[in-house]
Design a protein around this ligand. Structure first.
Ligand code: ZN
Ligand code: ZN
Length: 372
């Protein structure tokens, strides 16, 4: 089997002529990891038609050499930075004598861009900087079989933690303590780390979709939204369940029933060829049948992969963003919610991979309200 990274490098290379780029400078860590396998906080890949030169400093020399092994046929090599990373990358680029140098416009700071422009000879020099967007990201949207296998295992492990949630939630416990225990459980389940700051939001705070776990002590009657994720072999999964401390009140019961219908309707809409926004629309229509569509203020989902929020967007069509059409191999979350200010919030979130027929559920854990 050929190295998936060779295929990825070849696919990104195909976009370079259209983007008017001779050499693409890749520095966004998830893009770097996708193309080279290197997990590093800093490093620069210089990708052109023939070569893929990975510039790293001494801290990553060994990891880079190991990572690039096998990529020699795709032009892969490692350049050990003698000076700063940027200076060494600029020196490497300058060897070409001139040309169009693509930068990742969404990630390169203005300061580094200006520095690079000057280092390459400035405006009158032989190089020009070309801002680019999505040259690597567009390839990351559809996952390869090797990535899906990792996400499947990650989803299985995270669902295992979700099945155990009742054990963490209890009256008298503090939100932040529950979050800390959940993080520990995520690590014990084999994850490298939590994928984001775990959300444990109880009582009226559950109505704040991105509440940080605070000092609230759980009270009988509280709704508790638990949103957590893990990074497994570089890939992120993300799951939410809602609990009730003691028997749920009528508001919580009604909201939870509506959200369950919404997630089922949204999942039914996951099919290749459909717009991702149709998944969002299906969730909203289900909530509208309960008169709760006005209480759902965020998007229905997002893509998952090396980043916890990546393409495709699973939300209302937005100006300036091309509508995403679902394709087999895309991995997305589906996470409708209802938030009644001052009262309670409910969210249920699962992860799926789009298949030829519809979807495969990655996070198979009961969605029912967890009553503790
Ligand atoms: Zn989440
Ligand atoms: Zn999410």
């Amino acid at each position: 089997m050929s190295d998936p990274r060779s295929l990825r490098l070849a696919r990104v290379r195909r976009h370079l002529p259209d983007a008017g780029v001779d050499t693409l400078v890749v520095g966004h860590p998830p893009n770097l990891e996708y193309l080279t396998g290197l997990r590093a906080s800093s490093g620069v890949l210089l990708l052109d038609g023939e070569r893929a030169r990975l510039v790293v400093d001494f801290r990553y020399a060994e990891a880079a050499a190991a990572g690039m092994r096998g990529l020699e046929p795709a032009g892969g090599s490692v350049v050990l930075a003698e000076r700063s990373l940027d200076e060494s990358a600029a020196e490497e680029i300058k060897r070409a004598g001139g040309g169009h140098v693509g930068i990742e416009a969404a990630y390169l700071s203005v300061k580094r861009r200006d520095w690079l422009a000057a280092a390459l000879g400035g405006r009158a020099g032989p190089f020009s900087l070309v801002p680019t967007e999505r040259l690597v990201e567009r390839e990351r949207v559809v996952k390869g079989p090797e990535e899906i296998a990792v996400l499947r295992e990650a989803g299985r492990r995270l669902a295992g933690v979700a099945r155990d949630l009742a054990r963490f939630v209890r009256a008298g416990r503090r939100e932040s303590d529950i979050a800390a225990e959940l993080d520990h459980a995520v690590r014990l389940a084999g994850f490298e780390r939590p994928a984001f700051e775990t959300i444990v939001a109880a009582g009226p705070r559950s109505a704040m979709p991105h509440a940080r776990p605070g000092g609230r002590i759980l009270d009988p009657g509280d709704a508790v939204v638990l949103d957590f994720g893990g990074v497994y072999d570089g890939y992120c999964v993300d799951l939410t369940r809602t609990a009730s401390v003691g028997p749920p009140g009528p508001d919580l019961e009604r909201c939870h029933r509506a959200v369950l219908e919404a997630i089922e309707a949204a999942l039914d809409a996951v099919r290749p060829g459909r717009l991702a926004s149709a998944v969002d629309e299906a969730a909203r229509q289900a909530l509208a049948r309960h008169g709760l569509d006005g209480a759902f203020g965020h998007s229905t989902g997002h893509g998952l992969g090396l980043e916890v929020h990546e393409e495709p967007r699973v939300g209302r069509p937005a100006g300036g963003v091309p509508p995403a059409v679902l394709e087999p191999g895309m991995v997305i979350t589906v996470e409708p919610g209802v938030y009644l200010s001052g009262l309670c919030g409910v969210r249920v979130e699962d992860d799926v991979v789009v298949t030829a027929e519809g979807y495969e559920l990655l996070t198979d854990a009961p969605r029912s309200l967890i009553v503790v």
